[in-house]
Design a protein around this ligand. Structure first.
Ligand code: AHR
Length: 349
């Protein structure tokens, strides 16, 4: 809006200077009227959500978890790319908490101090946010949780909205595909995400509960954290392979750990995707490539492309509008029959 008004004022000034043949006062008055009319028009028709929120830029503080996975990098790139393309309406302050909750809390307190319009963050773990979120509330700053939630017992009035996938659904979808892949019978290990992260807790809940309720001949032999990283996924899979010689499949809470597990399985002299079935979550390009190569069997999507929704929602909140408590992402399930070269090439992250 600011930019539009500046252009209109400039045009009006140009008009008053070129109209010097007649009375300067008349020209200036006409120009002022033109500006006022045009301003009213511009005010009547805001162009973007950010503009709807007023003349000022939308100031957003984003406290990112870190860089644990390719998925996380994709989310960061999307947010920074979107803000960089909209610098006339958005001002983004970005902090990388390097996987530490205390750093995320520090960054949020810093955003409160700066007086940002909206605070956005994916909670690294579910618990321990009451104090800092109460401070956000007291400062009157809306909070958008992205891609992960907080423990429900803390009360959902501590944040304004959450933009995220349904992680319980993802776990259930993985279990349904696992049951198909194993023909209803087999031994499974599970590579969990970061301990206490909602994405890990809920994917596990969805998977384990579906298997327990519907697959009497599928046994979950072991389940340990690989912290959502490729290196730990590999390490923990190596240890599973040493402990159990009859693993039929592995459910990994993200694709990075699945890619690490593939390396471990190959190094153990087995064929990933055949001797040991592999299901991941995220839908990153690397997983699609592995599925196409026959080394992985499925990935349940969890989109990291959230920037447009984040900034549009933030602008609405700045503008005093109400939004849904959970803005859920629409995700797909990619089994090998759905992954073609075209699908791989079409994936940007
Ligand atoms: O919260 C989303 C999860 O966090 C993604 O599945 C994972 O890759 C990331 O680290």
């Amino acid at each position: 809006m600011k930019k539009t008004l500046a252009m209109l004022t400039g045009l009006a000034m140009a008009f008053s200077l070129t109209a010097c043949g007649g009375s300067t006062t008349a020209a200036t008055t006409a120009a002022a009227e033109t500006t006022a009319a045009a301003q009213t028009e511009a005010e009547k028709a805001p162009e973007t959500e950010a503009e709807k929120s007023g003349n000022d830029k939308l100031v957003v503080g984003f406290a990112q978890i870190g860089q644990e996975s390719g998925w996380r990098d994709a989310e960061t790139n999307d947010v920074q790319w979107y803000a960089a393309r909209n610098t006339d309406t958005i001002e983004l302050t970005f902090a990388d908490a390097q996987q530490k909750q205390e750093n995320q809390i520090k960054a949020i307190r810093n955003f409160i101090e700066m007086g940002v319009d909206v605070i956005v963050f994916p909670p690294v773990v579910e618990t321990g946010w009451e104090a800092v979120l109460t401070e956000c509330q007291e400062a009157g700053i809306p909070v958008i949780l992205v891609d992960r939630g907080i423990d429900a017992s803390a009360g959902d009035d501590l944040y304004t909205t959450m933009i995220a996938s349904d992680h319980v659904w993802a776990g259930e979808q993985a279990a349904i595909v696992m049951n198909d892949l194993l023909g209803g019978k087999g031994k499974v290990v599970e590579l969990e995400g970061t301990v206490g992260a909602s994405a890990a807790v809920q994917r596990k809940k969805g998977f384990d509960e579906y298997i327990a309720a519907n697959c009497p001949d599928i046994e979950i032999l072991d389940s340990q954290t690989g912290d959502f990283t490729r290196s730990m996924g590999k390490e923990v899979m190596e240890s599973f392979l040493k402990t159990y010689d009859d693993i039929d499949a592995v459910f990994c809470h993200n694709d990075d750990m699945a890619l690490g597990a593939i390396e471990a399985i190959k190094e153990a002299g087995k064929k990933p995707g055949e001797d040991i079935k592999i299901i991941g979550v995220d839908g990153v390009k690397g997983a699609f490539e592995a599925i196409l190569a026959g080394e992985m069997n499925c990935t349940v999507e969890c989109t990291p492309i959230l920037a447009e929704q984040i900034f549009e929602t933030a602008a609405k909140l700045k503008n005093g509008e109400t939004v849904d408590k959970w803005i859920m992402s629409a995700d797909g399930v990619y089994t090998s029959d759905k992954v073609t070269q075209e699908v791989v090439d079409g994936r940007q992250y």
